[in-house]
Design a protein around this ligand. Structure first.
Ligand SMILES: Cc1cc2nc3c(=O)[nH]c(=O)nc-3n(C[C@H](O)[C@H](O)[C@H](O)COP(=O)(O)OP(=O)(O)OC[C@H]3O[C@@H](n4cnc5c(N)ncnc54)[C@H](O)[C@@H]3O)c2cc1C
Length: 455
């Protein structure tokens, strides 16, 4: 342990022991897993927390990203989230968006006099490759699609055109989730995963792939492996390893229930989309070879291009933070202080603005699962606790914050409102004998909570 780290660990332990009840007041922006577990860590240490959330409901991508059929997992997480929200020293302000173009700017929040701000707003920016044809109908970004099928307004209300032949750019779990959704819920007959590198470097897990693998067209798969074999051989990558890695999921495969097929296009990068009458009809890809340097392979375009006939193209290539949030960004992420004064586990949770910390996907965009976000949000809170210990409490209180929220010309949702919403949704689920029910618009949610008259 370095000197600084050791010192910080001691300070943190002291802080936990002293538990200075409600002297410090911290704003946490974003109530996804990182923000909720961060808020819980702060509140457990006697800090008062104002938790601002863009969405009415808490949970972030755990509520609106995780695959729609994972009811048990989602309910388990909701239980933990409720515990954080129920803490007496956590105030929840839902339906409140922070940042340029939001309900309050980051500066307005800071001006309320918080002792520190923890930004855990996820990665809400879209990574765009800037390719021709990106605005054609039928070309989408993964986050919008998963928000849509998980019923997050306004994406839940947006029309998406899913045809019969889809290409998904990417080779991770999000690609698998979307392929599964297109086949099972949208009647898509052919899904091609367009993968920049080879089969050995796919990023999905067998636990996710088992839901899709029975749709893999084995004849096409073998043909594709044979096609890319010379490029893999050139960098010593075994096609057999790739085959094994992908087919591992067959051991526990879900049965095939739809007349559809799934296939891979390896060593291919998208270069543009072409369309007719504003609708995408073709995806152009460039073939890649692999190069190796210091044990790391990278894909390099060969200049050879081909087209795939498709009517849907979805980019599942990860996200970046919202560049208009109000914090400096660097490589699609909020810039971090490279010489942090309060590191935790050798990691900087400090933004380049003093007193503002970042955690979860706001610190590292599109990184890891809920468990990762939980740990990262908690660690970010630990960094905040060290910072508070080094500074006297400022002078704000819950009433000042609540009064500021009342200036908004729209309903601000509190934790008791959420309880009413959850009860109303549970009632609907019971009525329709389904496992989970969600209102798909803010209006319906606000009505269920009693903010708006029922039509
Ligand atoms: C498609 C998909 C499927 C996934 N499936 C799984 C899975 O099966 N299992 C698993 O463990 N993990 C899964 N994950 C990963 C998991 O969802 C993330 O690791 C985790 O949700 C990240 O947490 P976070 O709190 O950092 O960000 P998020 O979950 O994105 O939460 C961000 C929160 O900030 C709020 N917010 C955003 N902008 C603002 C703003 N300007 N002002 C105020 N509030 C704001 C949002 O409303 C949201 O509540 C999946 C992710 C995706 C994308």
């Amino acid at each position: 342990m370095t000197g600084v780290l050791k010192y910080n660990a001691i300070v943190y332990v002291q802080f936990r022991r002293e538990k200075v009840e409600n002297q410090y007041f911290v704003a946490v922006i974003g109530a996804g897993p990182a923000g909720l577990f961060g808020a819980r860590e702060l509140a457990n240490n006697g800090v008062r927390v104002a938790l601002f959330n863009r969405d009415i409901k808490a949970g972030g991508l755990a509520e609106y990203g995780i695959y729609l059929e994972k009811h048990t997992m989602k309910e388990g997480l909701r239980k933990q989230f409720r515990q954080a929200l129920d803490m007496a020293n956590v105030d929840y302000y839902g339906n409140v968006s922070i940042g340029a173009g939001g309900d309050f700017s980051l500066d307005e929040i800071r001006a309320l006099g918080f002792d520190a701000v923890l930004v855990s707003a996820g990665a809400q920016g879209t990574k765009s490759l800037g390719l021709p044809g990106e605005t054609l109908e039928g070309v989408y970004h993964a986050k919008d699609v998963v928000y849509h099928y998980n019923k997050l307004p306004p994406f839940s209300q947006r029309k998406f055109h899913f045809g019969k032949r889809a290409a998904i750019i990417g080779a991770g779990n999000v690609m698998v989730d979307i392929a599964r959704y297109l086949i099972h819920y949208q009647g898509v007959e052919e899904v091609t995963a367009v993968v920049r590198r080879g089969p050995a470097e796919v990023n999905f897990t067998k636990e996710e792939m088992k839901h899709l693998i029975s749709y893999l067209d084995m004849a096409e798969f073998e043909k594709e492996l044979a096609r890319v074999r010379p490029a893999l051989d050139a960098v010593g990558q075994s096609p057999e390893l790739g085959r094994q890695k992908i087919l591992e999921a067959q051991a526990k495969a879900d049965p095939k229930t739809q007349n559809a097929k799934f296939q891979f296009a390896f060593l291919a990068s998208p270069t543009g989309m072409m369309g007719e009458n504003g609708q995408v009809t073709q995806l152009e890809v460039e073939d890649n070879i692999l190069t190796e340097r210091d044990g790391k392979t990278s894909a390099k375009g060969t200049g050879a291009k081909r087209t795939l006939a498709v009517d849907t193209v979805i980019f599942a290539i990860g996200d970046q933070v919202d560049a208009n949030f109000g914090l400096a960004t660097e490589w699609g992420e909020f810039a971090k202080d490279k010489e942090p004064k309060f590191p935790v586990e050798n990691t900087s949770y400090e933004s380049t603005t003093e007193g503002i910390f970042v955690g979860g996907w706001s610190r590292k965009a599109s990184e890891g699962l809920v468990g990762y976000a939980r740990r990262d949000g908690t660690n970010a809170a630990k960094a905040v606790l060290q910072y508070l210990q080094a500074n006297p409490p400022a002078n704000t209180n819950a009433d000042t914050v609540a009064a500021k929220m009342k200036t908004l010309q729209k309903p601000v949702v509190h934790k008791d409102d959420i309880k009413r919403l959850e009860a109303a949704e549970a009632e609907e689920a019971k009525k329709h004998s389904i496992e989970g029910f969600k209102f798909a618009s803010n209006e319906e949610m606000l009505q269920a909570m009693g903010f708006l008259e029922t039509a």
